[in-house]
Design a protein. Structure first.
Length: 274
């Protein structure tokens, strides 16, 4: 959806329109949930919104101007590994050796993926592969923040509160990038891109954000972010249908990332008593 949205929109326009539309939807559905948020929690609601939604939206849009969507999706699967690291260093999580090994394996896989992609598509600028990793790091911080500071608020309340704050800066970006003028002129490529981004805003942001916030509250940041395991599989399928090239080396690198995530999340078996 991001790839198709970039046909008629700039990365800034795509990200801002996605956030603004999602904000409108969430305010219509969950505005009454905002009363759950205490005055002291609005700071964390705002931080969660910016690092969990706004900035990553722009980073992924810019990344896909240079790299394939399937590659960006696989790099996004590093979120559980990064959530583990962030939890250890910033939120007092317990250090577990096998999880650290998983982090190292996943990091190796990410580097291998970027190098394999660079050899397959030398015309693409794989330095842009750093952007999804930065976005994934932001997701990791966001997951820990929600678990640590916003656990008493409903998933819909967190999502709605965050996007109420994001609505105004996203409108500002749309205004200063000339989005409204282009939409008013009814350019066909812009309108088609808006449809793709609209679907992404509803399903990939509004609905997904509510479900994801609830999952964090029910589990822990590392486990909840493990939903990103499925993203590369789905994105690879759609990317191949859309004509993206994907080599066995990239597939192998992606599998290494998933092995690293598995190691980082694998629970220690409890032996049955004799």
């Amino acid at each position: 959806m991001i790839k198709r949205g970039l046909v008629g929109l700039s990365p800034l326009q795509l990200g801002a329109f996605r956030v603004a539309l999602c904000a409108v939807i969430l305010m219509l559905v969950g505005f009454n949930k905002i009363k759950e948020i205490k005055a002291s929690q609005w700071k964390w609601i705002g931080i969660s919104g910016f690092i969990g939604s706004l900035f990553p939206t722009f980073l992924f849009a810019y990344a896909e101007t240079e790299i394939d969507s399937a590659v960006a999706a696989i790099l996004n699967s590093t979120v559980p590994l990064l959530a583990l690291i962030v939890g250890l260093f910033f939120f007092g999580s317990v250090f577990i050796k096998k999880q650290f090994v998983g982090v190292l394996v996943g990091l190796f896989g990410s580097i291998a993926l970027i190098l394999a992609g660079a050899s397959l598509n030398p015309e693409q600028n794989y330095w842009y592969g750093i952007l999804p990793i930065i976005a994934s790091l932001m997701y990791a911080f966001n997951a820990n923040i929600i678990k640590s500071y916003l656990d008493g608020i409903s998933a819909l309340g967190i999502a709605t509160g965050s996007f109420v704050i994001l609505f105004f800066p996203s409108l500002g970006v749309l205004f200063f990038t000339g989005f409204f003028e282009e939409a008013f002129l009814a350019q066909e490529d812009v309108q088609i891109s808006m449809i793709y981004v609209g679907v992404l805003a509803i399903l990939g942001t509004a609905v997904a954000k509510i479900i994801f916030n609830r999952l964090i509250q029910l589990s822990d940041p590392v486990f909840s972010t493990s939903v990103t395991y499925l993203i590369p599989i789905i994105a690879l399928f759609w990317g191949m249908l859309d004509g993206e090239e994907f080599s066995l080396l990239q597939l192998g690198a992606g599998l290494i990332i998933l092995v690293g995530v598995y190691l980082a999340n694998r629970k220690k078996r409890v032996k049955a008593k004799a």
